[in-house]
Write a protein that binds this ligand. Structure first.
Ligand SMILES: O=C[C@H](O)COP(=O)(O)O
Length: 261
């Protein structure tokens, strides 16, 4: 099944709502409509920026989409500081990142939490970008494939095949995030292929062939071409390089197969 590449820019805790508007305007200006036939491009700003991004995207009829970096597992109620899936859906979000390694590590999110958040996203019509990835110790021990398969199984446990078909998976080796140390294209392919095979077991080979599997970790305009050129890599979850309009537009264009903007 042909899978349209997805480039998702995770801004993390960067840019206020005014800076967000400026960045989205610049990206939209740098990436003309013709590219969007061949690549989906989304920005994932902090919660406080989303309403401003929504107003801009809807007002100017931009073709890029947007999402959130996290979602509560709960529907509503006494959960101070949490943001629900229905709130994000109301803001027109397409995607929500769940289980990013920074949430797993810094906020103690385990697979059960990630699964609950994945379900909350699906329940509200949001596409979860479910993140998995191994630390350096696991990689050096040569246990990275088994580790990622186990994390994937835990994060999607019990989902119906119909729901598995709706998710995006992001493989982000923790040692490659924000370090400038990108996994080789072969490293990315190895794990992304194992992810797809596991999705086939969890749902069906047909479902697995339609799910987008992204790579994330120090992706930039120089390395994105080789990475998304791999059979089982369908795009990228981009951190640092997504904060620079020119670079993000360029790497999106490369993922679209060119030409450069
Ligand atoms: O969500 C994005 C990833 O954590 C990658 O971040 P990075 O591109 O800055 O390494």
């Amino acid at each position: 099944m042909a899978r349209k590449p997805l480039i998702a820019g995770n801004w993390k805790m960067n840019l206020n709502h005014l800076e967000a508007i400026a960045l989205v305007q610049k990206i939209a200006f740098s990436l003309p409509a013709k590219y969007f036939d061949k690549v989906d491009v989304t920005v994932i700003p902090p919660f406080t920026d989303i309403r401003s991004v929504q107003t801009l995207v809807e007002g100017d009829k931009l073709l890029l989409t947007y999402g959130a970096q996290d979602v509560s597992a709960q529907d509503s109620g006494a959960y101070t500081g949490e943001i629900s899936g229905s709130m994000l859906a109301k803001l027109g979000c397409t995607f929500v990142v769940v289980g990013h390694s920074e949430r797993r590590t810094l906020h103690g999110e385990d697979n059960d939490t990630v699964l609950a958040k994945t379900k909350a996203a699906l329940k509200n019509g949001l596409t979860p970008i479910v993140c998995i990835g191994e630390g350096l110790d696991i990689r050096e021990a040569g246990e990275h494939v088994a580790y990622n398969v186990e994390q994937l199984r835990g994060s999607l446990a019990g989902l119906s095949a119909e729901d598995v078909a709706k998710v995006v998976i992001a493989y982000e080796p923790v040692w490659a995030i924000g370090t400038g140390r990108v996994a080789s294209a072969a490293d990315a392919q190895e794990v992304c292929a194992a992810i797809r095979a596991t999705l086939g077991e969890l749902a069906s080979p047909d479902v697995a062939s339609g799910v987008r599997v992204l790579y994330g970790g120090s992706v930039n305009a120089k390395n994105v071409g080789e990475i998304v050129g791999q059979t089982d890599v369908d795009g990228a979850l981009v951190g640092g390089a997504s904060l620079k309009a020119d670079e993000f537009a360029t790497l999106s264009a490369i993922a679209a197969g060119g030409p450069l903007p």
